[in-house]
Each structure stands twice: as C-alpha cells, then as structure tokens.
Design a protein around this ligand. Structure first.
Ligand SMILES: Cc1ncc(COP(=O)(O)O)c(C=O)c1O
Length: 418
C-alpha cells in the first residue's frame, strides 16, 4: 500500500489521514475497511456525518432508485421532486410533531455555510453587529464562523482580524450566566448589545462539554428578556446524536434559528440547512446565494434518513447505547485513574486526560489505530478522547470497540492489559 502520492500531491493542511495512515476502500455501518481488507471499528463517524451508518441499506436503496432514472442531480434552488419530498417529510415527521414552525433555508454545501447565513440573518434582523459565542465553541472555518470559534490554531489560519464577536464562558466555566447578565445589564460593561447568542448544546470539538438543561433554559430566558436571538448550532450533535432529533429538545426550549448539516443528508452527502422562525425570514431573493444548494442526492438521502430515524426509533436506540457507553466509561475507564474525567450524553462521549497529561489522548488515537479502532481527540490541548460511533452500531461491535479503547488507555498509561 503506497501513501506516496498523497504526500507528494496533497496539501500539508491534511489532518485526519495523518492519524489513520491507510487507504480506505469500503465501509459498512460502523466498520471501515482498507484496501488490504483490514477492518477498523469507527468511533468517529466522519465527525458526526454518518449517524445512520456507512452505506445504510435503507437510505442507499432510495438513492440507487433515484439514480437509476435520469433524474435531476444538481439544481441551484430550483423546485424539484426530491426537494419537495424532503421538505414534506421533514415538516410532517420532524417539525410538526415537535410543534416547530421553522422555515428552511438551503445553504450550500457544508456546515459553515449555514452558520454564515445565520450570522448574516441575525445581524440583518436586529441591525446589530455583535454576536455572543462561548469559550470552547466550534462553528466552522470560514471567516464569520471562525470568528465564533475559539481554538487558537484554527483562528491563527484566518490571516485577518476576526471581529464582531464577544466570548462568554460556557456552562461549567466560571459563572457563565452571571457574566452574561452583567455584559448585557451593566451600561458600563463596554460590550455592544449582540444580535444573537450562538451556542452548541454539547460542545463537541470543544471537548464534549454538555450544557445543563437549566443553563440552556436560562440562555433562552436571557435572550427573550433582552431582545436577542438564540441560535443553536446542531451541526454535530443534531440528527439524533444526543438521543433526540434536535439536541435542544431535552431542555424544552425553542431556539430562534437552528443550523443543521453533517448527518441531515443521511448518506454523507454535503448539505446544510438554516432553520428560522418565520418572522426572521427577511432575506431578499438571492441576497444570500450559492451554486451547491440543490444537491438532490442529499435531499433523497435526507428524506430517507428521516423515515429511517422515525421508523427505527433511533432516539430510543441512542438512549439504549448511551447506557452501554456511559456505564462502560464510568465503571471501566474512570477507575484506571481517578484524574480521568468522563463527560457525555447520548452517543457522544469524552475521556479527558487534561489533569494527567494532555498528550495521552493523541497517543491513544495512534495506538487505537494500530488495534483497528478509529478515534479522535478534541478539546483544550486536544486532551479529550472523543467517542462518537454511528448511532446504528451493532451492540457487539460497540462493546468490542470499548474494550479495545480500555486496553489502549491502560497500555498508554502503563497499566496492564486484561
Ligand atoms: C458544531 C459545528 N458547527 C459547524 C461546523 C462546521 O461544519 P463544516 O465542517 O461542514 O463546515 C462543525 C464541524 O465540525 C461543527 O462541529
């Protein structure tokens, strides 16, 4: 197997491939298979874009049927049957049962595009520049989204000042709510009133920081009391990841806008949506535009994925798996060293080595790859091992992956393998 052409041709910016140095060829549910036939258990799920498993047969079948005929593949924002079917299913099976009346803006094609659209629309609605985001946030790599993103390496790549954003501590850091209220209420705080507060209910790239229901409810209240929009970035932890289709459902709140991408298309096709309350839908035609807003295979896959989610009760599946993962981490991993911190919800979990040595996490990623398990790091100093398998992972594969994980951690920490 040669990696030479990648090293010769592909930009130095490449990153994941450095952690998983093999050439992948096939994938099935929670397994990736390289060109030598070696199987890897996938605890990354393409950063949350394969929630329903690789090559999910239910979704794939719909895409194959669609492709057989000479149907529309790409369409700007023209009306198509695939888009109509997606809208109808999304409305009837996801929005209506949750009493959500969002309008949908098709942004193109990746998560950061929807974040950019949300930023513009919030500023346009409120005629204010400033936005509040949180320490530990990740919202994307284009300049607007990057201005909301906190990690220094990503920000360092911008080349221009990242502005018009004020950061506040996230839930669990300092007194987040007190600070927010002070910013807004003290007429000498020196901080401009924001158009919106952008948040993730679980900071994924930030190290699997799970906001409490109470904190989310207070943020909603602060937004209402101060005429500020609340925007939930559900790009990574939406689509069932936390045990609910939308991650904010557990707090019984309704954000003014929601951004969705990654698993919304069901099959790994690029797709990004901005959901907004109807009164906020004030863009003029073409005021925010883009060529790739009409990925029909994403609409077809996304429509099938919603039916799959509902019919297979994926929210219940996630809650079942949440217990398996949570119990395993709390009972088997935490006891390896009491300085290890475990955090998580649904099927996104983190193992934080920050109190011991941040470098342990990356070492585990490399060792896990040798043992055919795909893992990623997240958080401050990359100290957190992130566990995020497809929601559809088979129970025995999940348990097998967790056992490999335990042995890898013990190995790296100098413990004895069982
Ligand atoms: C919460 C969140 N927002 C936005 C993005 C950006 O999405 P994309 O990489 O598709 O632009 C990501 C990507 O990981 C994300 O996790």
């Amino acid at each position: 197997m040669s990696l030479e052409i990648f090293k010769q041709m592909e930009s130095e910016v490449r990153s994941y491939c450095r952690k998983y140095p093999t050439v992948f060829q096939y994938a099935k549910n929670a397994k990736l298979i390289d060109e030598n036939g070696k199987e890897y258990i996938d605890f990354l799920a393409v950063a949350g874009s394969m929630n329903y498993g690789h090559n999910n047969p239910f979704i794939k079948n719909e895409i194959m049927k669609y492709l057989e005929k000479d149907t529309i593949i790409n369409s700007l924002d023209m009306y198509t049957i695939a888009k109509r079917d997606f809208f109808e299913t999304f409305k009837n099976k996801i929005l209506a049962p949750r009493k959500l009346n969002y309008k949908v803006m098709c942004c193109g094609p990746t998560g950061t595009n929807a974040v950019e659209a949300a930023l513009k629309l919030c500023r346009k609605n409120k005629k204010r520049n400033n936005i509040i985001a949180f320490s530990g946030a990740f919202h994307g790599m284009t300049l607007g989204s990057l201005a909301l993103t906190t990690d220094r390496t990503s920000r360092g790549g911008s080349g221009v000042p990242l502005s018009n954003v004020t950061f506040a501590p996230y839930d669990g850091t300092l007194d987040s709510l007190e600070y927010l209220r002070w910013i807004l209420e003290d007429d000498h705080s020196g901080i401009e009133k924001p158009a919106a507060i952008f948040l993730e209910t679980v900071q994924a790239e930030g190290g699997i920081n799970v906001a409490s229901k109470e904190w989310l409810q207070e943020i909603r209240k602060i937004c209402d009391e101060n005429d500020i929009l609340m925007v939930c970035d559900d790009i990574q932890v939406g689509n069932g990841r936390t045990g609910y289709f939308f991650s904010f459902e557990r707090a019984h709140i309704v954000p003014d806008m929601v951004v969705l991408s990654k698993s919304i298309s069901g099959f790994g096709m690029p797709m990004a949506l901005l959901l907004m309350k109807e009164n906020l839908d004030i863009f003029k035609p073409a005021e925010h535009n883009g060529t790739f807003r009409g990925n029909q295979l994403a609409f077809v896959g996304g429509e099938a994925a919603i039916r799959f989610f509902v019919e297979k009760k994926i929210d219940d599946v996630v809650k079942y798996n949440e217990k398996i993962i949570g119990d395993f981490l709390n009972q088997e991993i935490e006891k390896i060293d009491d300085r290890i911190a475990i955090r998580g919800i649904g099927m996104i979990w983190g193992i934080d080595f920050g109190k011991i040595d941040a470098g342990i996490a990356l070492e585990c990623v490399h060792k896990a790859f040798d043992k055919q398990l795909i893992l990623e790091v997240a958080g401050r100093k990359d100290a957190v091992l992130k566990i995020m398998p497809p929601l559809t992972i088979e129970e025995d594969v999940l348990r097998q992956g967790l056992t490999i994980l335990k042995n890898v951690i013990k190995d790296v920490m100098g413990g004895k393998n069982e």
